[in-house]
Design a protein around this ligand. Structure first.
Ligand code: ADP
Ligand code: MG
Length: 302
């Protein structure tokens, strides 16, 4: 990571105002000196369904799984049919939704490498409208086994095709790496959602992720776009967290979601109950934050 470049870019963006504008209203609310894009209303573009969103960041522990599960549950509560695809061999989205390996026959490993139909691996959850394609530790082998398979980057895209239209949202929980599994997710998705932890090294590694997104867009999936960045584990007691938020917003502007997810004990304990925060503690700050995020991302109820 190039720290120098970050420091340079984090300064205010100053553009010379066009001459006519400068004549017309100097000093008026500082509207000159901003990038043109900043002036557009910051309402999120409403995108057509189905939306296939890869939740990716090659760093571990930044809130990918927590965001996939809780955003997914909140979108389901809004009335959308939601499928969560667990692509992490750790299977945290699977266990976090209370689904245990002994209770299902097929997992994403079988779908990606054994020609099992995705619909035969989809499990209902305890939440209305929310479905899961589970993962187990078998998937760890897929990273290597995929290397020698035909069209190895496009397997997920192909298996999703027959069921895509059955859902409003398909959220893909990626592993903490930029290997073939994540490439499959990026090739199958139309959007990338990047969770960013509010901590000192938040921006480290993001350049690498964005370059990979760019490579996938150029070579495999022209529609791919980083549509949302979600700040996670925000601790209002630290000034550092506010500094990180300001820096991320300076770099990425409107891609950064307005709703920030607080760090709460309830969020961290809910997976051990096999429940999203919206079920585990529906009135908690964390549940409210994920519900608001779901409204922001979707534009409102189905
Ligand atoms: P990733 O999938 O990126 O590895 P996780 O979603 O598993 O990250 O989060 C890493 C750890 O942090 C988990 O133990 C999770 O419960 C915890 N965690 C995530 N978000 C929050 C939050 N907002 N508040 C408290 N703990 C959180
Ligand atoms: Mg995870």
């Amino acid at each position: 990571m190039n720290d120098q470049e970050d420091e340079d870019r984090s300064g205010p963006v100053a553009l010379e105002p066009p001459a006519a504008e400068a004549d017309a209203g100097v000093g008026e609310s500082g509207s000159s000196g901003r990038l043109a894009g900043d002036e557009a209303p910051s309402v999120r573009r409403v995108r057509p369904l189905p939306r296939v969103i890869a939740v990716a960041n090659q760093k571990g522990g930044v809130g990918k799984t927590t965001t996939t599960v809780n955003l997914g549950a909140s979108l389901a509560d809004l009335g959308y049919r939601v499928l969560i695809v667990d692509l992490d061999p750790q299977g945290n989205a699977t266990t976090g939704l209370g689904i245990e390996a002994r209770n299902f026959d097929h997992s994403m490993y079988d779908v990606l490498l054994r020609d099992i139909a995705l619909e035969d691996c989809v499990e209902p959850t305890n939440i209305k409208n929310l479905f899961l394609a589970p993962a187990t530790i078998d998937l760890a082998g897929a990273e290597i086994e995929l290397v020698s398979t035909f069209s190895r980057e496009l397997r997920l895209k192909r298996v999703l095709a027959p069921i895509r239209e059955d859902f409003g949202y398909i959220l893909i929980d990626c592993p903490p790496s930029l290997g073939l599994i994540t490439v499959n997710a990026l090739a199958a998705a139309s959007e990338v959602l990047v969770p960013i932890q509010c901590e000192y090294y938040a921006l480290e590694g993001l350049g690498q992720l964005l370059r990979n997104v760019e490579l996938v867009r150029a070579n495999l999936n022209p529609e791919l776009e980083v549509s949302a960045m979600v700040l996670t584990m925000y601790d209002s007691r630290t000034r550092l967290a506010d500094h990180v938020i300001a820096e991320v917003r300076t770099h990425f502007g409107d891609a950064v979601c307005k709703n920030v997810i607080p760090r709460t004990v309830r969020i961290s304990e809910s997976p051990s109950f096999g429940e999203p925060i919206t079920v585990h503690s529906p009135t908690s700050r964390g549940a409210i934050a994920y519900r608001e995020l779901a409204k922001e991302v979707s534009g409102g109820p189905a």
